[in-house]
Design a binder for this molecule. Structure first.
Ligand SMILES: [Zn+2]
Length: 372
């Protein structure tokens, strides 16, 4: 037992060092951000940094504002076999460290599936959290496939909330999160969507006819909190795992969102999300997909995104191994290739003038996208 535990701790250290070493290689500590070691140290560059942590087909996305204010969306999966060094929580904690985040100011739980809320109890043992934000009670029952693990994930989260060390906020569509450095509007939650368009939306959506409804899912995915984030001129959309059918009331007949610069690909790129009614209307310039080697990254989703009118690049956390070369992006745009998994992240650097950059944590290469 003891040797196993020591080995686990060692693995955690190696993972953390690996992330840090790659960050050094990417120039992470360059320029005015070089002193960013404390939780709220300012980033003189005025850049919003967004880290896409590799949680193997779950979601965990860390936003760090120029002021140091932090927002984490989801926490990956639980790792009960490795309590001393749980995979996803350790990777998130390592990315927090490299980003200079010692406390997560806001932690959004988009929904209660285990690949989103599962890592939360283990993560709070590693990085303190100021405020938890969610859509309210779990409504998924044990009768649904995977329902038992959803209930377990929700109950484990309730235990963390009951500890009372953090604030807890339940939000609904139309609410604006109490985040100072950027505007974070809730566009979906608990199965509902905003009743009125955002400032950037309001046009009739010509892509609705190309998105016939699919079979209703009736799981927690439908209830995902969706966030529209505005940072200066730059807009980022993260709908969690919101499903194809739930995109309908958000996008049809009127597009309530409007165009975005960055689309955090819904639902890991699975076919039951990401309809043309959504993707063609928001017309992202850059899309980032938190897929796993064998989860998400579906060919049909790939074609919809690649076919959208303003797209410069799609980035993937993993090669989608169930797809062919034609339906994966170039290796330079993929953080983790087939083979032993290194847990490489992708990093978005967003600026208020609308320009942005994406860094591949595997290669250290950064691609710049000028303001439109
Ligand atoms: Zn998911």
């Amino acid at each position: 037992m003891r040797i196993g535990k020591l080995w686990s701790v060692g693995l955690a250290v190696v993972l953390a060092l690996g992330v840090a070493a790659r960050a050094q290689g990417t120039g992470e500590h360059r320029g005015p951000t070089s002193g960013a070691q404390s939780g709220r140290s300012a980033n003189g560059g005025g850049e919003l940094r967004v880290y896409f942590v590799d949680v193997e087909g779950g979601q965990s996305t860390l936003f760090v504002a120029p002021t140091g204010e932090s927002l984490l969306v989801d926490t990956g999966s639980p790792d009960p076999r490795n309590p001393a060094a749980p995979r996803d929580a350790s990777r998130i904690a390592a990315v927090c460290k490299l980003a200079g985040v010692t406390k997560i100011d806001n932690l959004v739980v988009t929904h209660y599936h285990s690949d989103h809320v599962g890592g939360l109890p283990q993560l709070v043992g590693m990085v303190p959290v100021g405020r938890f934000i969610d859509h309210g009670v779990n409504r998924e029952t044990a009768e649904v496939q995977g329902g038992a693990s959803t209930i377990a994930g929700y109950e484990a989260y309730q235990k963390v909330l009951a500890d009372g060390h953090a604030e807890h906020l339940t939000v609904k569509p139309g609410d604006v999160l109490p985040v100072k450095a950027m505007r974070v509007e809730v566009v979906s939650g608990d199965g509902e969507v905003i009743s009125k368009p955002l400032a950037a939306g309001g046009e009739q959506n010509p892509y609705c006819a190309a998105s016939p409804l699919k079979e209703a899912e009736g799981t927690e995915n439908d209830r995902s909190l969706g966030l529209a984030i505005t940072f200066g001129k730059l807009r980022i959309l993260d709908l969690g795992d919101l499903t194809w059918n739930k995109e309908r009331p958000l996008m049809c007949p009127v597009d309530k969102l409007g165009k975005v610069d960055v689309y955090i690909v819904s639902h890991h790129g699975l076919v039951n999300s990401g309809s043309p009614a959504l993707v063609d209307a928001i017309a992202p310039r850059v899309a980032i997909e938190d897929n796993g080697p064998r989860k998400g990254g579906a060919p049909a989703t790939f074609e919809t995104i690649e076919g959208s009118s303003r797209l410069k690049d799609l980035w993937q956390l993993h090669t989608a191994e169930g797809s062919d070369a034609k339906h994966n992006v170039a290796e330079s745009r993929i953080a983790n290739l087939p083979g032993p998994d290194a847990g490489n992240y992708l990093k978005l650097t967003a600026r208020m003038d609308g320009s942005l950059a994406v860094t591949n944590g595997r290669t250290g290469e950064t691609v710049e996208y000028p303001a439109p």
